[in-house]
Ligand binder design. Structure first.
Ligand code: SF4
Length: 552
């Protein structure tokens, strides 16, 4: 049940009329678990699974794992069973998730916007090499994601992470998932405010805190003080976005209720000004509203966006102020949304005269070996470290001007170019059928093939075109906000169901924020994807009027 620290004025809950049909909101008295996920969380705090992994399961092996932990609470430690090899999307559409379980795990490690120094990058790489068959992907939540993890190796991996100041706590599950922080916090010349300390404070106080380990569903946080809004704040449950108050100066606006998947919604802006040292309190207030008032009856309505959509932003702010903060927030005009791109790829001068360098793996795929090589380069060239980005990229921070040319050549040599093609820079892909049990189609390899084909067909582009490849409707790689968003599904081809994609065209974030139009007739087989995208891009390039963007 709710934590008294964050609901001091509980009596006021009664002012909110109880809906005719319960949505499973604790604050309105619906405290009995209404589905099996809620029951599982009530049976045992999911954070307790850590001890069982350390002291029981890792010693006795995969067969010893309680199914309720395996398919439920393990997620709170960043662990999912991965998809067993040999099943394709067509054959498995009717199978239960557990029938696809492998005895190996996917493990997500959160970076939370942190600057990773050479030793942290090296630790991440060595874990990939030693325990994960050399896998390591940069995800669009600024995580490193491994595959092929054995339960027996988890304690040793956690020790290695801990020594590097990293962890996988609440990297999945109905919990505060990994945070997105500006990859250029504290160094960008045009930064409004450095939010690193605020984000670190939220993590210090609340990650692993039982007060927030039983949320209705996942809860995604983003924070940036950069004017490019480089953390996709529109698509997070809660976002803090740099703004300037005419009297108080730089601070953060609060945006709530964004999310994609099915029923995509953009976050609503509260129009407030929050100083750095109050961000963690406000975060706890928003998370508490979600915990107490969030809809728990149906998993499909359990994201914060449904509550915000029903309440409206004014009521949300009022409940936050009256019931959770006990004070009013300072009003402030919301910051203007930027136009254009936010991935920091390329070479950019910092505030201090050094440079930051954004590099582009293809669709986030790196490897343990590549991360070790990257750590070598950070050391060799005396850079401060690296940050991961929400666009599956890596930004090296603190490169001295006289090291730039040599560093760029070395980065090219390890396959992490800072001056990639449009297609390499602007293509993202989720995990897909290679490892994800929910997937219907292959994504990472498909994205790599697509990049190669489009680089040949359109080597030069004068406007960026983004392509997001997703293996199912869950939109982990943000289907709806790409110029060309691809949602994995089965499609009919010559009388047979085969793997393919529903196409969304013209999505965007920022000033032009909108969701791509789902074109019912536009479904394409996986095999035909390169040809299809080539035709769409070719038509745009030949048919556009002067200055017309792809989204228009
Ligand atoms: Fe898996 Fe679907 Fe998410 Fe891709 S979008 S990672 S296939 S759940």
């Amino acid at each position: 049940m709710s934590d008294p620290r964050f609901s001091a004025k509980k009596a006021e809950h009664t002012q909110i009329p109880r809906p005719k049909r319960g949505e499973g909101q604790w604050a309105l008295g619906y405290t009995e678990p209404l589905n099996k996920n809620e029951q599982s969380k009530k049976d045992d705090d999911p954070l307790h699974v850590r001890d069982r992994i350390l002291h029981t399961y890792s010693k006795r092996g995969f067969a010893s794992i309680d199914p309720a932990d395996l398919r439920g609470r393990f997620r709170w430690m960043g662990l999912y069973t991965q998809r067993a090899p040999g099943f394709d999307g067509g054959k498995t559409a009717m199978l239960e998730e557990e029938e696809l379980d492998d005895e190996y795990f996917m493990l997500r490690v959160r970076s939370d916007g942190r600057l990773l120094d050479a030793s942290a990058v090296r630790a991440l790489g060595e874990i990939g090499v030693e325990y994960a068959r050399d896998t390591a992907d940069v995800t669009d939540r600024e995580n490193i994601q491994y595959h092929w993890i054995r339960i027996e190796d988890v304690p040793a991996i956690w020790d290695r992470l801990d020594a590097a100041g990293l962890d996988s706590t609440e990297a999945c599950g109905d919990s505060p998932r990994p945070f997105l922080g500006s990859p250029v916090a504290g160094v960008a010349k045009d930064e409004i405010i450095d939010g690193s300390e605020a984000l670190a404070e939220i993590k210090r106080r609340y990650i692993g805190d039982p007060a927030f380990s039983n949320l209705p569903r996942k809860f995604k946080t983003a924070l940036t003080g950069h004017p490019s809004h480089d953390v996709s704040p529109e698509t997070n449950d809660v976002a803090f976005v740099g703004t300037v108050h005419p009297v108080h100066g730089p601070g953060f606006d609060l945006w709530v209720g964004g999310g994609l998947s099915t029923n995509p919604m953009l976050a609503q802006k509260a129009g407030v000004w929050i100083p750095t040292d109050e961000v963690a309190d406000v975060w706890a207030g928003v998370a508490s509203i979600f915990r107490d008032y969030g809809y728990r009856r149906l998993r499909s309505r359990a994201r914060l966006k449904f509550l915000v959509a029903d309440w409206g932003i004014e009521k949300f702010r009022e409940v936050l102020e009256k019931e959770y903060l006990g004070r009013e927030l300072v009003s402030c005009e919301s910051p203007a949304s930027p136009v254009g791109h936010r991935d920091h790829v390329g070479v950019h001068e910092q505030q201090d005269g050094d440079f930051y360098v954004g590099v582009a793996p293809i669709a986030g795929r790196v490897s343990g070996t590549k991360l070790v090589a990257l750590a070598d380069l950070i050391e060799k060239h005396g850079a401060a470290g690296a940050r991961l980005t929400p666009y599956q990229k890596i930004v090296l921070i603190g490169v001295a001007p006289d090291r730039l040319d040599a560093l760029l050549a070395d980065l090219d040599a390890i396959g992490l170019p800072a001056r990639p093609s449009n297609w390499r820079q602007n293509t993202m892909a989720c995990t897909g059928i290679e490892f994800c049990k929910l997937a219907i189609v292959e994504t990472k390899a498909r994205a790599a093939d697509l990049v190669e084909e489009l680089e040949q067909r359109f080597p030069e582009l004068d406007v960026p075109i983004t392509v997001n490849v997703n293996g199912c409707p869950n939109a982990c790689a943000r289907t709806q906000v790409a110029d060309i968003g691809l949602k994995g599904q089965l499609v009919m081809h010559e009388g047979q169901q085969v793997g393919g994609f529903q196409v969304h065209l013209g999505g965007a974030t920022g000033l032009e924020a909108n969701f791509g139009r789902k074109l019912r007739a536009h479904k394409v087989t996986s095999e035909g994807l390169g040809e299809y995208v080539g035709v769409v891009v070719g038509n745009y390039l030949t048919g556009r009027t002067a200055g017309e963007s792809f989204a228009a």
